[in-house]
Design a protein around this ligand. Structure first.
Ligand code: NAP
Ligand code: MG
Length: 479
């Protein structure tokens, strides 16, 4: 049988750079301490199911201690400090993140399952870039366009998901601190380790105690943070379902809230697009980070006249994707983050077949332990199919076709979400027209999944409200 890809020798990144402790406490008031609940849970490596560490599960009493520590730090230290001084701490954190980048990249790959190529080249460098970027704003808040002397809000309660653990932490903590707020942050249950390593960095940077507090736990811990009466601002990234619950909890209080929720982005390929580049963009759009990306290009809309050509080249490209060990530098697609997420991907894919769409994956040998799903495309998908409407949050692409730009816009906008979109064409005028028509917070043209700390990010409709990143990201943390 003809080989579809070259055999590469294994090229594993060494684990020796990380030191995973057998157990971790909560980071409150600048110190690690055990939980008042006495309860712990385990975090595992999704690529092997190996138990990595025992993690403290914060309860209401811990949340109260952390919020009190954050309030003290806010009133006595952080809100009194000049912006230039706060900026120094943020620059210091950014530099330490860079110095310890390899450690963070390896740890993130182990705990999350994503390929080292991505943690090394995307997650960690962009997380450091966020701290550098907002460090620069700390002493220039009066020039941010929010009045002459904008004031911080106070204590921010922040809850983040598992798909970009360190990067989402950076998106949340960097602007909050730059604006003079203190924070209580909860990482996701399946990916707590880089947040706990970040807590060590706060100690290393001599950040005043209580400015950053990290509480590990599951949904109940998140709920307690959101509901705590002394939290002034709630920042959440996660599912639309939990976002709705949070909106209800804070309704009628004077808490400010930003919600970054789900998506079902259209990646739209016109007949004059450079096909090979578009195929790379489609692959990056849906298979980057195993498709665990809120802005993933999970709906491919391809112009009918080039659909066959694009699909042929896409399938050929997919045969060369390497699925496997996240720590191998050749790996393109790592492990699915959890058994629950794998079950959800399998269920929606089965529904896709049952509804009549045609499923295709390249032949790939999946490891026997751990959670894996091959890169998959569905053709013959209609607008009504659940795989075209619901977020699968996995390496699964639904392919639809269109004939005219108007039809592409109608199909792209026919979704309850509105986070991102992609447009592939040679015509600048068509790009601008499409961008003006698409109801999505971010529209990429002739590229996809590009992130920059200077550029705001956020959604329309059920994808949430508020913007993160850039100057706009400061607004959520200023009065
Ligand atoms: P999720 O279930 O909503 O969880 C997100 C976070 O909220 C986790 O830390 C979770 O804790 C916590 N949580 C669960 N229930 C809670 C409650 N009742 N109150 C407060 N916090 C609660 O979402 P997920 O499945 O982990 O993440 C995937 C979703 O995030 C996708 O829909 C994706 O599109 C979205 N996402 C959006 C963006 C964006 O910027 N728009 C970025 C990334 C991801 P545990 O997980 O520890 O239980
Ligand atoms: Mg884990």
């Amino acid at each position: 049988m003809a080989k579809t890809q070259l055999d590469y020798a294994p090229a594993p990144e060494s684990r020796s750079v990380v030191d995973i402790k057998p157990s971790y406490g909560l980071f409150i008031d600048g110190e690690f301490r055990d939980t008042e609940s006495g309860r712990h849970f385990k975090t595992i490596s999704p690529s092997t199911e190996e138990v990595l560490a025992e993690i403290a599960e914060a309860n209401d009493a811990d949340v109260d201690l952390a919020v009190k520590a954050a309030r003290r730090a806010y009133t006595r230290v952080w809100s009194k400090m000049s912006g230039a001084e706060r900026g120094k701490y943020l620059f210091r954190i950014a530099r330490i993140l860079q110095e310890r980048a390899r450690e963070f990249a390896v740890l993130e790959s182990i705990d999350n399952g994503k390929p080292i190529k991505e943690t090394r080249d995307v997650d960690v460098p962009i997380a450091a870039a966020h701290f550098f970027y907002y460090a620069g704003w700390a002493d220039k808040l009066s020039y941010a366009g929010y009045g002459e002397n904008p004031q911080p809000l106070g204590v921010a309660g922040q809850v983040i998901p598992w798909n970009f653990p360190l990067l989402m932490l950076a998106w949340k903590i960097a602007p909050a601190l730059a604006a003079g707020n203190t924070v209580v942050l909860k990482p996701a249950e399946t990916t707590p380790l880089t947040a706990l390593l970040f807590a060590e960095i706060c100690q290393q940077a001599d950040l005043p105690p209580g400015v950053v507090n990290i509480l590990t736990g599951a949904g109940d811990t998140g709920r307690a943070i959101v509901a705590h009466p002394d939290v002034d601002k709630v920042a959440f990234t996660g599912s639309t379902e939990v976002g709705r619950m949070i909106a209800k909890t804070v309704a009628g209080t004077d808490k400010r809230v930003t919600l970054e929720l789900g998506g079902k982005a259209a990646n739209i390929v016109f007949d004059d697009a450079p096909v090979d580049q578009a195929v790379e963009g489609i692959v990056n759009g849906i298979f980057f980070n195993q498709g665990h990306v809120c802005c993933a290009g999970s709906r491919l809309l391809v112009q009918e006249s080039v659909a066959d050509e694009v699909l042929t080249r896409l399938k050929r490209r997919m045969k060369s994707l390497r699925v496997g060990d996240p720590l191998d530098k050749n790996t393109d697609i790592g492990a699915i983050n959890s058994a629950e997420q794998l079950a959800k991907i399998r269920e929606l894919s089965a529904i896709g077949e049952a509804e009549g769409a045609e499923r295709w994956s390249p032949k790939c040998d999946l490891p026997s332990a751990g959670f894996w799903f091959p890169p998959t495309i569905f053709t013959g998908v209609s607008q009504a199919h659940r795989i075209a409407r619901e977020e699968i949050f996995g390496p699964v692409l639904s392919v639809l076709t269109f004939r005219t730009p108007k039809e592409a816009v109608e199909k792209a906008n026919n979704t309850p979400f509105g986070l991102s979109a992609g447009v592939w064409t040679d015509k600048g005028s068509l790009i601008l027209w499409m961008a003006s028509q698409l109801r999505a917070g971010v529209v990429w043209s002739n590229t996809f999944n590009r992130f920059d700390p200077a550029s705001p990010f956020g959604g329309y409709k059920e994808s949430g409200y508020g913007r993160e990143g850039g100057r706009h990201g400061l607004e959520a943390y200023l009065r």
